[in-house]
Design a protein around this ligand. Structure first.
Ligand SMILES: Cc1cc2nc3c(=O)[nH]c(=O)nc-3n(C[C@H](O)[C@H](O)[C@H](O)COP(=O)(O)OP(=O)(O)OC[C@H]3O[C@@H](n4cnc5c(N)ncnc54)[C@H](O)[C@@H]3O)c2cc1C
Length: 382
């Protein structure tokens, strides 16, 4: 195999293109918008990486290889776009996701520090302790500077001679590894990778029965000046409640504080409006008000809608399509951290049909990585 065509310049398409190019394959990327594309799932100030994964142990174990893949990518780019913050997980009941995470982490030999409500309030004075039934802290975990990473990958690909062509694909033939563009022309290779984010279910027949696009709301906030410094040193916050709770990303490396939730919205057209309504913004504030002290004194800098593509159990779809294609889909609200490691594994499997099934099972979080799949990471630290 000598040539590949990749649809999509989000983290998945760019990571796959990077890994295929490293494997000596001549790659072309086709992207409908400018890169970084603010309409893509990948493009925002930050994306989190953490080992706390509830009962999804397969993804918890994928995080060390993910860190090793970031290490490889950052070393090649000469730029490290990651800020370690650690993780603070809180819950209004001692069970569910928090307890599952704590147990899975312990079974995997990862120490968590248990905190009670008073200790949380003492360490993080901007939080309210009322109603905290369980909490733990984990030192490892942090913020990937997502928009800057996508731009960095595009630069890296340009330096490798990989073109990113601005064009919209209207169809594909995975047996011929070809994409049809809106002007009727075709781009063909020996391998086709479909990584169109929330647009993929609309493009790949049958996929919409398994994966759907959903519209998620995020808010950017400026804390009152007297607690800005405390927030800048804060861990990422995962506050779990019966209604799903909310997460907060601390303001690191010049980015604003961000809050959002993890409930899936109804299926929505990814070409829909990007502005969040005041009602939608208020709903997110409502999820956080019980936990963030004086939240009404925070300045709302912006409220936006972002799309991702979700599978019911939030399992990734990285599977063969046709005789010469792979589809990368269903990355949900947790795929960004795994972009480079999935790209490297795909590039391995592309040359070895025996790895196709194991790749799909590992990406779905249901099996450990088969020997050979992650060979590129030998010598890189998690
Ligand atoms: C609010 C929010 C918070 C998140 N938080 C986290 C987090 O903390 N940690 C984490 O790991 N993950 C997180 N995620 C998930 C993560 O960002 C996504 O899983 C990941 O970015 C998906 O990348 P992608 O490349 O598949 O899709 P995208 O980034 O959407 O890229 C797909 C690209 O394909 C292009 N394309 C589509 N169709 C066509 C076509 N027909 N022709 C040409 N181009 C096309 C699109 O324009 C787009 O640029 C979050 C996502 C959101 C929205």
């Amino acid at each position: 195999m000598e040539t590949a065509v990749v649809l999509g310049a989000g983290i998945m398409g760019l990571s796959a293109a990077w890994a295929l190019s490293r494997a000596g394959i001549a790659v072309r990327v086709v992207e409908q918008d400018a890169v970084p594309n603010p309409r893509g799932s990948s493009v925002d100030d930050h994306r989190l990486i953490r080992h706390a994964y509830g009962a999804h142990e397969g993804y918890m174990r994928m995080v060390d290889p993910a860190y090793a893949a970031w290490d490889l990518l950052f070393a090649e780019a000469g730029e490290r776009l990651y800020v370690e913050t650690g993780v603070l997980a809180l819950s209004q009941h001692d069970g569910g996701w928090l307890a599952e995470s704590r147990d899975a982490l312990a079974a995997d030999g990862r120490a968590t520090q248990t905190l009670d409500a008073a200790a949380v309030a003492a360490a993080y004075p901007f939080l309210r302790p009322e109603g905290i039934a369980a909490a733990f802290r984990l030192d490892r975990g942090g913020v990937l500077l997502a928009r800057r990473i996508v731009a960095m990958l595009a630069r890296l690909l340009a330096a490798r001679g990989v073109p990113i062509e601005r064009a919209q694909a209207t169809g594909f033939d995975a047996d011929r590894a070809s994409l049809t563009l809106s002007d009727g022309s075709r781009r063909e290779g020996d391998l086709l990778v479909l990584a169109g984010g929330p647009w993929t279910p609309g493009l790949v027949p049958g996929l919409a029965a398994r994966v759907r696009p959903t519209r998620q709301i995020i808010l950017r906030l400026a804390p009152p000046p007297e607690i800005a410094e405390a927030w800048a040193r804060a861990p990422m916050l995962l506050d779990l409640a019966a209604d799903g709770g909310f997460y907060a990303v601390p303001p690191v490396a010049g980015t604003p504080l961000k809050i959002g939730d993890h409930r899936f919205a109804p299926t929505a057209d990814p070409d829909g409006p990007r502005d969040a309504t005041p009602t939608e913004a208020e709903e997110i504030l409502g999820l956080a008000r019980h936990r963030i002290r004086d939240l009404d004194r925070y300045r709302l800098l912006g409220a936006a809608a972002c799309w991702y593509d979700v599978e019911p159990e939030e399992r990734f779809v990285l599977e063969r399509v046709g005789a010469r294609g792979f589809v990368m889909s269903g990355f949900s609200g947790h795929g960004f951290k795994f972009g480079p490691v999935l790209g490297l594994a795909l590039a391995r499997a592309a040359r070895d049909p025996a790895l196709h099934g194991p790749l799909a099972a590992w990406a779905a979080g249901t099996a450990p990585p088969t020997p050979g799949l992650l060979d590129e990471l030998q010598g890189h630290r998690p």
